[in-house]
Structures are given as structure tokens and as C-alpha cells.
Ligand binder design. Structure first.
Ligand SMILES: [Zn+2]
Length: 248
């Protein structure tokens, strides 16, 4: 069992006595529109999927164990505000929440923590970078927007035209295919929009960026197979970082 929230406190106590180094992984997402075909919880679902796979991968490791914390399904998400279902919290709330959760865990000897984020609005990413800075050196962020990580991911992800497109939709198909209405997904034409460039040019909502149905990229090309391959890469990245944190 790798989800901390499913354990009883005696289970956790026992687990912590067996001498392995424990790293907690905290899945972070958002609740926001992901096209007409992917669920509002897409980002959270992806982060949870990466965390569970990494914990599973480490299940028989002789030195390191990963436990998955209950996810944080709200983030700083303003670009989707023109659509139903975008639920945003402010930067200060997110920062304080992450820092206080980390401190509470550290106080009980569980201070090695990796944040796993799949929501890439710049304000979200910046806030998480600040939060890990503040929380101390045993708290790290799996930052997929960093070049050395991004370059290991798919072409669409690297292109920046990847909100609810092929990259994210494939991951949802791999994990919870029942949440994607395939007939709707199949009809979506691809929409190449350079989100980082649009953001740099001052556009701060999906509509202004030309995303009139809250997606860009090529969702109709998504497959569960690509999703599994991408999960595999993401899991590797997380396991590497968990090992680094375990050693500190
Ligand atoms: Zn997303």
C-alpha cells in the first residue's frame, strides 16, 4: 500500500520502523477546464498517476520507500476562468499550504518530500519554486518545465501547445479512459498555439490565446499507449528525484 491516506496510524508507525528512508510525494494539480473531452481533474489525476507508479516502482527497493500523500486538487489557475469549472486559489494560499504541510510532516520526522506538479500556469510553477525554497533543502519540486526534464518528454509537450492536447489526453486515457468521451475527442481538430509565447506576449486567458474550447495541441491523436510511455518517463524522473532526496 503506497497511499499514506489509506494507512491507519499504527500501520504508518510500523512502516517507519523498518529502517528504509521514506520520501513523501505530494501530487499537485488544478481543477480547471481541459477541452470538451478531458476531465476538470486532469492535472491532479496525472500527478497522482506519476506518484503511484513511482511508489510502486520502489516497492521492493532495499533502501528507499515512497509514500503518496493525499493530493492537492486546487492550484493557481486563472487562464480558464471563462469556462465553468475553473477553481482557483491565490499564490499566497498555495505557498502557505505547501510550506505548512511540509513543516507538519517534518515535525514528525517525515521531512523528505517531493512535490509533483502537472499544472503549468507560470504563477503556479513560480509559487511552488518559492515554496520549496522556503520549506528547506529536503523538500524538492519535480519541475517538468525545466529544460532537462522537458527535453525527455514528448514533442507536443516541448512545443508548449499542450493544454488538454495529445500529451495530457494520452495520460488520462492510460489511467482512467472512462473519463474521456472518445466520440467527442475524435472530432477535435488540432490547434497549434504556442502558449509560452502567448503568455510572454501578455495574454492571460484561454480565449485570448485562441483556445475557444479550452484546449490546444492534438487531442484526437491521443492514445493510451502513448500515455503509458509518457507515464513511464515521468515515473523515471520522479524515482530519480526521490532517490536524490532520500540521500540528503
Ligand atoms: Zn492540464
Amino acid at each position: 500500500m503506497s497511499d499514506l491516506g489509506e494507512l491507519t496510524y499504527p500501520d504508518l508507525e510500523e512502516l517507519l520502523q523498518n529502517g528504509l528512508r521514506t520520501v513523501l510525494v505530494l501530487p499537485l494539480g488544478a481543477t480547471e477546464p481541459h477541452g470538451p473531452h478531458a476531465p476538470l481533474e486532469t492535472d491532479t489525476l496525472i500527478s497522482v498517476g506519476i506518484c503511484r507508479r513511482a511508489a510502486e516502482r520502489l516497492a521492493d527497493d532495499p533502501e528507499v520507500r515512497a509514500l503518496v500523500l493525499p493530493p492537492l486538487p486546487y492550484g493557481v489557475t486563472r487562464y480558464g476562468a471563462g469556462f465553468p469549472g475553473a477553481v482557483s486559489i491565490g499564490e499566497e494560499t498555495l505557498r502557505a499550504l505547501v510550506v505548512e504541510v511540509a513543516r507538519s510532516l517534518a515535525a514528525q520526522g517525515l521531512g523528505r518530500i517531493v512535490l509533483v506538479n502537472s499544472h503549468f500556469e507560470p504563477e503556479q510553477v513560480r509559487t511552488l519554486r518559492e515554496a520549496v525554497e522556503e520549506a528547506g533543502e529536503s523538500v524538492r519540486l519535480l519541475d517538468l518545465t525545466r529544460r532537462q526534464n522537458a527535453e525527455r518528454l514528448t514533442e507536443e509537450f516541448r512545443s508548449g501547445s499542450c493544454h488538454a492536447g495529445r500529451y495530457e489526453t494520452s495520460l488520462v486515457l492510460a489511467d482512467q479512459p472512462e473519463l474521456v468521451p472518445r466520440d467527442r475527442m475524435d472530432t477535435l481538430e488540432s490547434k497549434m498555439i504556442d502558449m509560452p509565447a502567448a503568455i510572454a506576449a501578455g495574454q492571460t486567458d484561454f480565449m485570448a490565446m485562441g483556445m475557444d474550447r479550452a484546449y490546444c495541441g492534438a487531442p484526437a491523436e491521443a492514445t493510451a499507449e502513448e500515455g503509458e510511455q509518457t507515464f513511464e518517463l515521468l515515473t523515471e524522473l520522479l524515482v530519480e528525484l526521490v532517490r536524490e532526496v532520500a540521500a540528503c
